[in-house]
Ligand binder design. Sequence first.
Ligand SMILES: NC(=O)c1ccc[n+]([C@@H]2O[C@H](COP(=O)([O-])OP(=O)(O)OC[C@H]3O[C@@H](n4cnc5c(N)ncnc54)[C@H](O)[C@@H]3O)[C@@H](O)[C@H]2O)c1
Length: 253
Amino acid sequence: MNPSGHVAVVTGGGSGLGEATARALAAKGAKVALFDVGLERAQKVAEEIGGIAVKCDVSNGEAGEAAFREVTEKLGVPRILINCAGIAIALKTIGKDGVHSLDAYRKVIEVNLIGTFNMIRLMADGAQHLDPLESGERGVIVNTASVAAYDGQIGQIAYASSKGGVVGMTLPAARDLSRSGIRVCTIAPGIFMTPMLAGLPEDAQKSLGQQVPFPPRLGQPAEYGALAVHIVENEMLNGETIRLDGAIRMAPK
Ligand SMILES: NC(=O)c1ccc[n+]([C@@H]2O[C@H](COP(=O)([O-])OP(=O)(O)OC[C@H]3O[C@@H](n4cnc5c(N)ncnc54)[C@H](O)[C@@H]3O)[C@@H](O)[C@H]2O)c1
C-alpha cells in the first residue's frame, strides 16, 4: 500500500532502526505513532516528524491495548505496524560467573518475541474491521528479527532464541491474517549503526564492519527504513523473512 495518509505504529520508534523507519514513513505521508518505553526520546522524534509518542511496554498485554486505544483515538486505526522494539543481552548458557539466569532469558523472550506477537495481535484486531483498499489489502506488518536467528553467536542464546521465534511466526501470522488482507514480513538485519553500537570504540565498530563481505561497513538505519517502507509498498511481499546484512554470516564469536 502507499503509506500516504495511513496510520502507522512503529515500536521502539524512539531510537535506531525504529526511529529511521518512523522518519521514512512520515516522509511518505503516513501518520506515525511511536510506541516506546523511553518516552522522552520518542517524543522528540514524534515532534520532528509531526507524529505522536505513546509510552508502551510492548510485552505487556494491557499496556498494548491502552496504547492502541490511544493511537486510534488520536490518529485512527493503524493499517501499518513496524515492530522494532527489542533488547539484547550477552550471556552464555554456562558462563565464567555461573549458569545463565532464567529471569534474564525470560526477559529477552518477553520483549523480543512475546512483545512482537502482542503488537501483531492487537494491530490485526483493529485492522481486520477497516474497509479494504482497492486490492483487498487492509494492513501490513513488518517485524524485526536478526541474523542471530540463523547464526547465533556464543553468548546469544537468549537473543537468538527470541529472534528465531520471530522468524518462525512470520509465515503462520501471514497465513492467519490472509483472510483479513493483512500481510506480514520480517527483516533480519545484520550489524547496524544504531545507538547501541555507536557506544562501542571506533576500532571495534571498524572491525565489525570489516566482517561484512560487501559493503564492508555497518548498515545505516535509513537502509533498514527504506526496506521497511518497500515492504509496505510492495503488496506481493508476504510471509517472508529478508536478510539485510551485506552477506555477513556471523562466526561463533
Ligand atoms: N542494531 C543492530 O545491529 C541490530 C541487528 C539485528 C537486529 N536488531 C534489532 O532491531 C531492533 C531495533 O534495534 P536498534 O539497534 O534500533 O536498538 P535501539 O536500542 O537503538 O532501539 C530499540 C528501542 O526499543 C525500545 N524498547 C526496548 N524495550 C522495549 C519495550 N519493552 N517496549 C517498548 N519499547 C522498547 C528502546 O527504548 C529503544 O528505543 C531490535 O529488535 C534489535 O534486536 C538490531
